[in-house]
Design a protein around this ligand. Sequence first.
Ligand code: SAH
Ligand code: SF4
Ligand code: F3S
Length: 469
Amino acid sequence: MSATGMTPPRKLYVKSFGCQMNVYDSQRMADTLSHTGYVPTASPATADLVILNTCNIREKAAEKVYSELGRMRVLRQEAQAQGRDVLVAVAGCVAQAQGEEILRRAPVVDIVVGPQNYHRLPALAAAALRGEAVIDTEFPADDKFDHLGAPSPAATRARGVSAFVTVQEGCDKFCTFCVVPYTRGQESSRRVDAIAREVEHLAEAGVREVTLLGQNVNAYHGAGPDGAAWSLGRLMRRLAEIPGIARLRYSTSHPRDMDATLVAAHGDLPALMPQLHLPVQSGSDRILAAMNRRHTRADYLATIAGLRRARPDMAFTSDFIVGFPGESEEDFRATLSLVDEVDFVGAFTFKYSPRPGTPAAARADQVVENVKAERLARLQRDIERRQARFLASWRGRTLPVLFERHGKLQGQLVGRSPYLHPVHAPAPPTLIGEVALVSVTDIGSNSLFAASPPRPAGTPRASRVAEES
Ligand code: SAH
Ligand code: SF4
Ligand code: F3S
């Protein structure tokens, strides 16, 4: 029902770029605006308010905003020709980084709102409707999530079996290549009880898997009900007790913050999935120091070894930057040898992109474009080979699968393995939202297939079965 009473609901379209935290923020923006009568629409052409939730991490990502805004200008003209108007808002990390500059470059924009201010969106939209251009990129002291309206039960159900929950925001690490500390502000953690309530609410609506999010999620140190600061490992133990929660994940972590409680949680909590994304960026100590990563190659390898001791079936993915200023062929080979030592099963690989205002961008020893491109291609080939090998290793083995949705074929469901591979199996619809054991018979380009129906996951340590079989 519209909270505005007499007026028909206004339509909202949110487009997300960048990381999973933006995806989560987009959902929460929709939640908070739903309390002032905005309902989601599937196309920008039918929207009264379009929000672009932007990413500033690399130059290409930031430039995408302006091509989108070009499209918005056309959209607005078309709407006006039909006698209606559409508000355009820029949210996210480009909004935070560029503020007023966006209004100067793209007059089509009505609202510029930074990631800390989404709870003020209803007021900002009202001001924009009065014809005022609005910028809100302050860093308020309070927790925005306390002020964002709760999702409606229908919105929660629509999120399906797997959901994101942001538990931590911001970053104090200041890696010399990265804009995040400038756009997301200081590191801060939500309170344990607020997170537990949100996860309980999701579980009641049928969510079985929760991924905890943060720019530095394992730096989590939220206030617990006992008044102490809880680590992420302790928070995981609390969330694993919530009825209905079968799987827990977290992203993205910093190697420095993999503390003993979190490593131990991997050994103790069957719900904590044996897959971890742990960005390393480079395998060269010289480059790691220049990046201000505050850990060495040996530290990283020791962390991986500790996690494998706690949970032998762990698989690791990572982020890499090639062509950081001053990176030599020898430094790059150190990255390749680290990839070999850890045997990553996947990775996001990026060419270094100089970002305005970051220390590395000002360095004189930038690596030329064709060297960056050549290193990226070599690294990608190596990672793709490992990814394919890991996938193929499941042929003939049994995996617990959390079923999420109907497949393309009649009578088929699609779920996820503990390692996030999509798994296709003949299965009844009643298995959606359930974990069941699947025997893998075929391998696709990025997914697994089963010829016969799943068996019930009888063991409470379901996620360990793969290792035992
Ligand atoms: N907080 C996470 C990652 C956040 S950004 C961490 O500490 O690892 C996601 C990834 O984008 C980074 O891991 C890095 O690999 C990449 N990235 C960040 N800034 C970049 C830049 N200037 N150029 C290229 N890649 C970059
Ligand atoms: Fe960026 Fe480094 Fe912070 Fe990650 S830890 S968000 S890469 S500054
Ligand atoms: Fe991009 Fe901001 Fe996320 S810069 S990666 S949207 S924190």
